[in-house]
Design a protein around this ligand. Structure first.
Ligand SMILES: O=C(CO)COP(=O)(O)O
Ligand SMILES: O=C[C@H](O)COP(=O)(O)O
Ligand SMILES: [Zn+2]
Ligand SMILES: [Zn+2]
Length: 349
């Protein structure tokens, strides 16, 4: 199917009451694993590339890879999304390379470390939304900073995340501010902060209502029921994948992610896009380690990649099913970006 916009997909998800996992991709194998999973359960797909992914694979490679996936899986609607765009240039160059959606993460300055103030965030996000909408692409903004509610530490692991200690109010998105932010910026989706963070080390024990504030999402949703909410840092860091990695020579300290049932609660309260990268990284790495330990003579990378893709596919199927995404792929008829641009211009959107 032709690529579709994030806005079209999330409008459908909101109408039907489901959530969509947004899986990060960096290479062909991740792309194939996600698409095979989607095909098996008839799911629409959000593929997202970070700035790190773009420099790893290259824009031309990513662009053609996504087009290849769209051609190989003609029945599956695909959104191609820029994850954590840090400035206008990142967002516009993504659109130029065929992305149908961008995240302008103005909750942090362009260094993706320094928490930004309200005016900076509103200003840059509004500018990007205006430009993206001219060509029908969608925009996700972010209000609030990801980090640990127990320690107050920002989440500096991975490609994007603040550094140092933050106060509680920065770590939880305020419902009134969220309403104002969406009104001023006209974003299509809003990423919020509720105690999650990127990477594997989110919580030192199973999260409680104190450390993972799904109640904050409920409060935001009550205030702005028509806004599509986005949960970053939503890997569940499953125990079976920690065990797989550690059984075969890994040394990951015990850690806890976001339980899938908490995400399901979020989906009931307006979460429509659920960002997942770490879980798939762990699925791949776990199988790499297993092959490396069990078949010491093996040197054909495909023998590592095939079980890795299968492990990742299994995880993706589970999330499509639990989030209610499964069964919706064939219900969506693509609206092209030119038509989306007209709808923004005439005020329908
Ligand atoms: O939020 C993410 C990408 O934007 C990924 O989160 P995880 O590290 O929990 O997978
Ligand atoms: O935002 C975090 C995602 O997991 C992407 O990570 P990355 O920047 O290392 O590609
Ligand atoms: Zn952010
Ligand atoms: Zn993120």
């Amino acid at each position: 199917m032709a690529l579709i916009s994030l806005r079209q997909l999330l409008d459908h998800a909101a109408e039907q009451g489901y959530g969509v996992p947004a899986f990060n991709i960096n290479n062909m194998e991740q792309g194939l694993a996600i698409m095979n999973a989607a095909k098996k359960v008839d799911s629409p797909v959000i593929l997202q590339a970070s700035r790190g992914a773009r420099s790893y694979a290259g824009d031309i490679m990513l662009k053609h890879m996504i087009q290849a996936l769209a051609e190989m899986y003609p029945d599956i609607p695909i959104v191609m999304h820029q994850d954590h765009g840090n400035n206008e240039q990142t967002c516009l160059s993504a659109i130029k390379h065929g992305f149908t959606s961008v995240m302008m993460d103005g909750s942090l300055k362009a260094d993706m470390k320094t928490p930004a103030d309200w005016d900076y965030n509103v200003d840059i996000t509004r500018r990007v939304a205006e430009m993206a909408h001219w060509v029908g692409a969608s925009v996700e903004g972010e209000l609030g900073v990801l980090g640990n509610l127990e320690t107050g530490m920002a989440a500096k692991e991975d490609g994007s995340g603040a550094e140092g200690k933050l106060d509680h109010s920065q770590l939880l998105t305020d419902p009134d501010e969220a309403e104002e932010f969406v009104k001023l910026t006209k974003v299509d989706a809003l990423a919020i902060a509720c105690g999650t963070s990127h990477g594997a080390y989110k919580f030192s024990s199973k999260p409680t209502g104190e450390t993972l504030a799904i109640s904050q999402i409920e409060a935001i949703h009550a205030k702005i029921p028509h806004v599509h909410l986005v949960m970053h840092g939503s890997s569940s860091v499953p125990q079976y994948l920690q065990d797989l990695i550690n059984e075969f020579g890994g040394e990951m300290p015990q850690t806890y992610g976001v339980p899938v049932e908490e995400i399901e609660r979020g989906i009931k309260s307006g979460v429509r896009k659920v960002n997942i990268d770490t879980d798939n990284r762990m699925a791949i790495t776990g199988q790499f380690r297993k092959v490396a330990m069990e078949k010491k003579k093996e040197f054909d990378p495909r023998k590592f990649m095939i079980p890795a893709m299968e492990e990742m596919e299994k995880l993706c199927i589970d999330r499509f099913e639990r989030f209610g995404t499964a069964g919706n792929g064939s219900k969506i008829k693509a609206i092209d970006l030119d038509e989306m641009a007209k709808r923004y211009a005439d005020g329908t959107l």
